[in-house]
Design a binder for this molecule. Structure first.
Ligand SMILES: C[S@@+](CC[C@H](N)C(=O)[O-])C[C@H]1O[C@@H](n2cnc3c(N)ncnc32)[C@H](O)[C@@H]1O
Length: 284
């Protein structure tokens, strides 16, 4: 096998192929296909950390050059980073939904993530939000239901929030998102969300200040913001209370193959690498 795509299950109701071949190489949509592919590869591992069976199913349905993606993203090493981060988000989200079964979920910068399909309880109002082109692609994989909605908008626009219910409790998830918008845009977004919802939690990961510095040289300034300091956005939006944080690699001991576990353990021992991407949880 040259990539992690499994043959489509002929008994599945999702066996129809989806043509993504028009997606431009290195576009934002392409990045999301790469992340989906890494989750599919990790979930095919015998001792998967994330267990995202939807990712494997989606990759099997999508018509795209996954052999080429496979060569670029090097899943044998990189699938663990993606799985470790997503698994931490899943664990914290599950914990919140256990404590607040009546919560609304906002999944900001959702990409092609299947989190809604995996974690939403029957009746959970769940809003997946991303840029219009990403949501257009996503709509080819997933359908809306009475409780599941997709919103194609930049999170920096004020209008999309008007479509949401008010009050709360709300669970706001922002995985791999806030580093792409400026501190001013993050502040405005938080003000708007906390004006709309009285109570909830925000779970988000932040890159270290090295993120924007390196991005200036390597990725034309795509990364706009980074911080080690979880209290920074407390100061921007004082209604948020920092409730916990951890490096996204914290669960590396779950990696089963010894060489990859050793690699991640070595990286974890180096402080700037360990703290390059950290997950923060805020209550309000
Ligand atoms: C690194 S990807 C992460 C995607 C997904 N959370 C995951 O973990 O697979 C970043 C996502 O943020 C989205 N994004 C970036 N800027 C955005 C904005 N201003 N509004 C909404 N989504 C945005 C991108 O389109 C992309 O889907």
């Amino acid at each position: 096998m040259t990539n992690c795509a499994e043959p489509v299950d002929p008994t599945s109701t999702h066996r129809d192929k989806v043509d993504f071949t028009g997606v431009q190489w290195k576009s934002v949509e392409w990045t999301n296909i790469c992340l989906l592919y890494l989750r599919a590869c990790e979930s095919a591992s015998p001792h998967s950390i994330l267990g995202d069976e939807f990712a494997a199913r989606d990759v099997a349905r999508i018509d795209y050059d996954f052999d080429r993606i496979h060569r670029v993203v090097r899943p044998e090493v990189n699938k663990y980073m993606v799985a470790l981060r997503s698994a931490q988000f899943d664990a914290l989200a599950t914990d919140y939904l256990d404590r607040h079964p009546d919560a609304v979920v906002l999944h900001l910068g959702c990409g092609l993530h299947s989190r809604a399909m995996r974690l939403a309880r029957p009746g959970t109002p769940w809003f997946d939000v991303d840029l219009p082109d990403v949501i257009a692609l996503r709509r080819r994989l997933y359908a809306e239901t009475g409780t599941y909605r997709m919103i194609g908008s930049s999170v920096t626009e004020p209008e999309w929030i008007e479509d949401l219910p008010r009050g709360g409790p709300v669970l706001i998830l922002a995985e791999g998102l806030l580093m792409y918008i400026t501190p001013g845009e993050v502040t405005d977004l938080l003000h708007r969300l906390l004006d709309r919802f009285d109570t909830g939690e925000l779970i988000a990961d932040f890159l270290s200040p090295w993120g924007p510095r390196m991005s200036k040289v390597l990725t034309k300034g795509l990364i706009k913001w980074g911080t080690h300091d979880g209290s920074e956005i407390n100061r921007w939006e004082p209604r948020l209370r920092l409730a916990g944080d951890s490096p996204i690699m914290a669960g590396y001991h779950q990696i089963q193959p010894a060489p990859q576990r050793l690699l991640y353990r070595t990286q974890f021992a180096i402080r700037p690498i360990r703290n390059y991407d950290r997950l923060f949880r805020y209550a309000f």
